[in-house]
Design a protein around this ligand. Structure first.
Ligand code: NAP
Length: 260
């Protein structure tokens, strides 16, 4: 079941979100671009309109507050924008021992990676189910398969997004709404500098191409695939990790997240 109509992309000013916005625009979807950096959103909107002749909307919004998802939903209501596809891309990581890390930053991470996307699915997903048509593309990570010492909240948040997505995919299928969770390996974006993990094996190792990752997500949504893992290496790794004990995979992740 192909999904058409307007796609709202969170975290659209850079990285995977920007690449996903390009994929949707190339597929003929109007787009709603959401992030904090206004000038980057406007520049992208202009390019997408010129290149693909679609309609764009920009919403400048910090999504890390408890009120943010409701405010975003109300803003699209106020502008009379019907959201047919929700792309829950926004997310950040934090490197370091959980008890040593800044608590406010860790709680912001939970809001951005877990609470905001969950509330957006509740709000926009309800409308999609009422219309009997729509799609949700959640961005998780291959981190969803492992415990992640020294990025513990991040890995756990991605495990939540994967599990949540697979759960609601079953619930919403009968309502005409498809749900896909995109699980990339490491991708070269602003993520590493924001997470301050550039000095770890994970943050400085080989990276996937951002355009390849976004295309896999878009194609996966259109093919109604529930879980999309990008790249053969990570397809294999996630399969193997299903049969390995978490103690083992957790120790491997610990090494990857420990500064050199
Ligand atoms: N890069 C990787 O290695 C990798 C791998 C697997 C999964 N992922 C996941 O992919 C998603 C996108 O990550 P990325 O690599 O593209 O990261 P990125 O390059 O850092 O981009 C993050 C995007 O989110 C926006 N953002 C950050 N904080 C925000 C806030 N408080 N409110 C609103 N927008 C905010 C940023 O824009 P503004 O600064 O303008 O707000 C930017 O558009 C995340 O969910 C991440 O966990 C990344």
């Amino acid at each position: 079941m192909a999904v058409d109509g307007t796609a709202l992309v969170t975290g659209a000013s850079a990285g995977i979100g920007k690449a996903l916005a390009k994929q949707f625009a190339a597929g003929g979807h109007d787009v709603v671009l959401v992030a904090r950096r206004e000038e980057k959103l406007h520049a992208l909107a202009e390019t997408l309109e010129e290149d693909h002749g679609i309609e764009t909307h920009t919403v400048v919004q910090d999504l890390s507050t408890r009120e943010a998802p409701a405010a975003l939903y109300e803003e699209t209501e106020r502008r009379d924008i019907e959201v047919d596809v929700l792309v829950n891309n926004v997310g950040i990581g934090t490197q370091g021992a959980f008890v040593d890390n800044d608590l406010d930053r860790e709680l912001d991470q939970l809001q951005l990676n877990v609470v905001t996307p969950t509330e957006l699915v509740h709000r926009y997903g309800r409308d999609m189910a009422d219309r009997g048509h729509g799609g949700v593309l959640n961005v998780a990570s291959t981190a969803a398969w492992f415990p992640g010492p020294f990025m513990a909240i991040y890995y756990a948040s991605k495990a939540y997004m994967k599990n949540f997505s697979e759960g609601i995919a079953e619930e919403l299928r009968t309502e005409g709404v498809t749900v896909t969770v995109l699980c990339p390996g490491p991708v070269e974006t602003e993520f590493q500098s924001r997470a301050e993990n550039e000095n770890t094996p994970l943050g400085s190792g080989s990276m996937q191409d951002v355009e390849m990752v976004a295309k896999a997500g878009y194609d996966g949504l259109q093919a109604d695939d529930t879980v999309v893992v990008t790249g053969w290496k990570y397809k294999l790794l996630t399969r193997i990790s299903n049969v390995l004990p978490n103690r083992f995979t957790g120790r491997t992740a610990k090494n990857l997240n420990t500064p050199d």
